[in-house]
Write a protein that binds this ligand. Structure first.
Ligand code: SAM
Length: 260
């Protein structure tokens, strides 16, 4: 009887936890769907590629680093995927927000780039449908910063390290703790390995993010990824129709030699 109760409890509460996790995720996707319909943050409407992506591609060209396969993590409407595909790169573009992925598919068709872009509705905190050690370049323009549960970030990191080739590159951009917009809306602070992390909620769309320090991000990806270049961008930029002093970073990492 006791054993039966334990199993019953496990099944009942296990199911409830899974249902709760699913409904939180559905809520996030709904928030992003509305954000793309209304367009309050810069990347929701921008069609030009991120400056740091253009910079990194220039560096690869200068150093004759091959760039054939790329993954765009949390690609949104795919401004960076379209740019890379236009250069002849085969891109896997992943995002969990269906309207963003549909916009990317439409634009890829219009630009005759559908053959170069595999666009997937995919939660990047779940296993990625991407072959191991297959990617020369992984980019994440402001997606990782929106993954607030630490467990989910660890799953993301596991997948990122799995798909990158040895010596492959990873470009991550994120808003930092000094950001003039998000810095106003901190709801929680904690310290991870001696570095502060601030959780914020954007009051305009309800979307959560983490504001990191540069060192916190380096620690999180250490030792498998080593930073080789970086850009700090302190400049005024529009958020929800108002100009704020933004503070963002772009870090370019290289995958170290695999231990096994
Ligand atoms: C700020 S937007 C940036 C979009 C794009 N990278 C760009 O720069 O134009 C963040 C994107 O991350 C996506 N995202 C957030 N969490 C995600 C998750 N767990 N799985 C997949 N996509 C996610 C959102 O749907 C959104 O499209």
């Amino acid at each position: 009887m006791h054993g039966f109760y334990r199993w019953y409890r496990f099944l009942f509460f296990g199911w409830r936890v899974e249902t709760l996790t699913m409904s939180i995720q559905t809520n996030h996707i709904e928030q992003w769907t509305t954000e793309y319909d209304q367009g309050g943050i810069p990347s929701s409407t921008r069609t030009t590629p991120s400056g740091c992506v253009v910079h990194a591609v220039g560096e690869f060209g200068r150093r004759q680093i091959p760039l054939k396969h790329a993954v765009d993590i949390g690609c949104g409407k795919g401004r960076n995927s379209l740019y890379l595909a236009g250069l002849g790169v085969d891109v896997t573009a992943m995002d969990f927000t269906p309207n963003a992925i549909h916009a990317l598919e439409d634009k890829a068709r219009e630009d005759k780039l559908s053959q170069k872009i595999r666009a997937l509705v995919q939660d990047v905190t779940e296993p990625w449908p991407v072959a191991s050690a297959s990617m020369d370049f992984a980019i994440d323009a402001f997606c990782f910063k929106h993954i607030t549960p630490r467990e989910a970030r660890l799953q993301y990191r596991t997948e990122l390290l799995r798909v990158l080739k040895t010596h492959g590159h990873y470009l991550l951009s994120f808003a930092s703790i000094g950001d003039g917009y998000y810095g106003r809306y901190i709801i929680d602070k904690c310290e991870v390995n001696g570095e502060e992390e601030h959780v914020v909620v954007d009051p305009e769309n309800g979307i959560q993010s983490v504001l990191y320090t540069r060192e916190g991000v380096l620690n999180f990806f250490h030792p498998e990824l080593e930073v080789i270049d970086e850009l700090q961008n302190n400049k005024p930029s529009m958020m929800h129709g108002v100009v704020y002093e933004r503070q963002t970073y772009a870090l370019l990492f290289q995958r170290r030699l695999r231990a096994n």
